[in-house]
Structure formats: C-alpha cells, structure tokens
Design a protein around this ligand. Structure first.
Ligand SMILES: O=C(O)c1cc(=O)[nH]c(=O)n1[C@@H]1O[C@H](COP(=O)(O)O)[C@@H](O)[C@H]1O
Length: 308
C-alpha cells in the first residue's frame, strides 16, 4: 500500500489527505433534511446524513487527491449506524482509487492489538471462511504500550501489504506534556521516532517503508529533526488549516525528493463552505467549496516546496 500511496501522490502531485471527520453540524441542512425524512431524527438518520455528505465531498475531490483519512470517532458517536457509515465511506473511497487511512489510533497489549489489527487491516477466520472487517489501507496506531503493542499490527501489515502511521509527536497543545519529556537528555518523541525507523527497516516498499509516523504540522522544528531520524518513514502531518499549520511551515517534513510527507486537513476542507472565502459557493454547493479548498491547499504546499 505504501507503493500505491507514493504512486497516487506522484500522479496527483498533491501530498495531501482529505480528512473525512463529519460532525453533524457540518452537514448542510438540505442533506440532513433528506436523510431525516427517510430515517427520522435517529442514529440511522444521522449516519445517512454523514454518509451522503462524505460521498459528495469525495465525488468532488477524488481526482485531485491521493488519499483520505476518515476519523472513526466521528462515526462512532452515532453507534452501530455510524460504524456502517464508516465502512461505506472506506469502501466508496477505495472504489474511487483513493488510499484510505483509518484514523483509529489503536494500541493495546499484544493479544488485543492483534484483534484490532485483524479488524481494521486484516482478515478474521470464521470457520472455513476469512473475512475482511473494515479493510482500510493504513491505520493510525498509538505506541504507548511499546513493541508488543505494535508488533501484531506490523505482522498483519506484512501479510496484507498494508501500513501504519505511528504517533510520534502529536499536533495538540498538550502533546509536550509527555512527548517532550527528556529521557537521558533526549525528548521522548525522538526516541519514539528512532523506534519507528527501526520497526520500518524490515518493512520497506520500493522507496519508503510502510511503517510511517504522525508528526503534527504545529511543531515544524520538531518535524525537521524527526525527518532526519526517520528518513524512510512517510510522515502523516495533521494540523494544517483549522489547527493553524500553513504550507511554509511544512517544507522540512518532506525529503529532498519532494516525497516523504502527506499533509491532512479535515475541517478546513469538509466544512470549507462555512468559511468566509468559500461562502460564495453556498451550502447547496458544499462539495464545490471543498474542491476549491483542496486546490488552495495543493497550491499553498506546492508553492512552499518550490520555493525552499
Ligand atoms: O492521527 C491523526 O490524524 C492526528 C494526530 C495528531 O497529532 N493531530 C490530529 O489532529 N490528528 C487528527 O487529524 C485530524 C485533524 O482535523 P482538523 O484539525 O479538522 O484538520 C483529526 O482527525 C485528528 O484526530
């Protein structure tokens, strides 16, 4: 899958990910109304609304982008119908040729991690049959439990040719509380970055490893250091747009080949029609507003990379 991700990035010239994080209040009224008319103001109605919302955004942007990142929490809040909408979204994006990064942030003791890995990236055995559960291409993983929490994910990735993005330095304001703590004089995020590079060495695709890292756009100096520590890891960079990250902050997350990083924006793209600069599209044309926001993001990051 890392090869497909790199190929899609080269094909589109767009090192970006659209984050499909649909809160109900981002879904325009006309979409909500239609879903509620069919299913009532129920969990099923909400799930239908977010699915239709996602579908329109994907239809309007898929030709410009290499990948999407549905955040499972946004679906889980609607219980089982929400999870059905998550799965429909994963399958639909894959049918459009997009790489799907399941933002599930899992990680537990080994046996439990194995079940998470099977459910999101692998196949489960039921009698004589094997079934894929959610079947994303990549999953985000939390490394707090150490190697035995990560290894089951790596095993499934090797078997299924899938990949991981392991949290190294997160974009949120409190991320330093633990991640920046010094251990033998070095911040914890660097030590985790070294471990990601080591895990990734035996998991190489053609150019990059399928064991990647998450480093927030909001910490560009740390991104620069981590880029060097993990030269073969793809870095998923969230925090662009709504959290304040801009193209010019992001150049050091990339390698000299212009590859090595993929920048996520969720609210900045999917709720673009609510922003002043895209208000002209109106709620009816929210998908066109998202397309314009994707084009602006590609131009911003591309411009910054060309000028470095
Ligand atoms: O793993 C992630 O994607 C992630 C890691 C991180 O450090 N920060 C971060 O914001 N994210 C996710 O990236 C998305 C950011 O959304 P926006 O701020 O709306 O672009 C959300 O789905 C977050 O859960």
């Amino acid at each position: 899958m890392i090869n497909k991700l790199v190929e899609n990035i080269k094909k589109t010239g767009a090192p970006i990910v659209v984050g499909l994080d649909p809160m109900l209040n981002y879904v325009p009224e006309h979409v909500q109304k239609k879903a509620f008319a069919e299913y009532g103001e129920t969990l099923e109605g909400a799930a239908e609304a977010i699915w239709q919302f996602n579908k329109e955004i994907v239809d309007k942007t898929y030709d410009l982008i290499p990948a999407v990142k549905p955040q499972i929490a946004m679906y889980e809040q609607f219980g089982v119908p929400g999870l059905v909408a998550f799965k429909k979204t994963v399958d639909y994006c894959k049918s459009k040729g997009l790489v799907v990064i399941g933002d599930v942030k899992r990680g537990d003791i080994g046996s439990t991690s194995a079940a998470y890995a099977v459910g999101h990236l692998g196949h489960v055995q039921v009698g004589k049959n094997r079934y894929a559960g959610f079947d994303e291409d990549f999953a985000t993983v939390n490394p707090y439990l150490g190697s035995d929490g990560i290894n089951p994910f790596i095993d499934v990735c090797k078997e299924e040719k899938k990949g991981l993005f392991i949290l190294v330095k997160t974009s949120n304001p409190s991320s330093g509380e633990f991640q920046d703590r010094l251990i033998d004089g070095r911040p914890l995020y660097e030590l985790v970055g070294e471990k990601v590079a080591a895990w990734g060495e035996e998991c190489m695709g053609d150019e990059y490893s399928y064991i990647g890292a998450v480093v927030g756009a909001t910490y560009p100096e740390m991104g620069k250091v981590l880029r060097k520590i993990m030269p073969k890891a793809y870095i998923l960079v969230p925090g662009y747009g709504a959290q304040g990250g801009k193209g010019k902050d992001l150049v050091h997350f990339f390698n000299e080949d212009g590859l090595g990083a993929i920048v996520n924006s969720s609210r900045g793209i999917i709720a673009a029609y609510k922003q002043e600069q895209y208000a002209k599209f109106g709620a009816e044309n929210f998908g066109d507003a998202s397309r314009a926001a994707v084009e602006a993001m590609i131009a911003d990051i591309g411009g910054a990379l060309n000028n470095r």
